[in-house]
Design a protein around this ligand. Sequence first.
Ligand code: DX5
Ligand code: ZN
Length: 223
Amino acid sequence: MIKLSPSMLSADFARLAEHIAEIEEAGAHYLHLDVMDGSFVPNLSFGMPVIAALRPHSKLVFDTHLMIRRPERHIEAFANAGADIINLHIEACLDPLEAIRKIKSLGKKAGLTIKPATPAEALFDYLEELDLVLVMSVEPGFSGQSFMPHCLPKVERLAEFVQRRGLTTEIEIDGGISLDNVRRVTSAGANVIVAGSAVFDAKSVGHAVRCFLLAFETSVAKE
Ligand code: DX5
Ligand code: ZN
């Protein structure tokens, strides 16, 4: 099954609860929450208080993408705020395995993320322990950037590894995904699709979500 994880970074921050209700109603599966610290990435966004405030308003899976240095320091706080999936950048972590185990011991799903310059192979040692891997297809930090096609072979190699080992690890892709290129990423093997501006900059957010879901159905039918 292919899932949509709209990225709240592109939403209207003055109408967050309303926007989230709209994507939930339209059938989105996850809510992608981009946390930035102004150090690991040049931008700052929001943190645990915003996630905790939104939690009672939504049943969506909170897919938390932590673009912060030494994210292991904050795992418990994000778990308490209501994150369901906690994605850490492998480049920002001192001991990824210890971090994964900590996330799981708190009853949450663990993800590791790679930047465009990090090879897929950096994740191989952790795949058996991970619920999800996230391949960045833009430099993390900002929404609305152009998709980097050189990231597709990384998705293919991860999908092949997951399939060969019979794992259930989800493969997520994030950055520059639109209705024009979404089939390329699903055919490469990604099954959780992040879309920020393509959903929240649309005239109707609900309509944009439904168009993505339709594209998923047709890409599955082709396989
Ligand atoms: C970038 C974020 C992405 C971003 C996606 O650092 O991790 O999740 O919000 O936005 P689009 O889909 O507009 O590239
Ligand atoms: Zn993200």
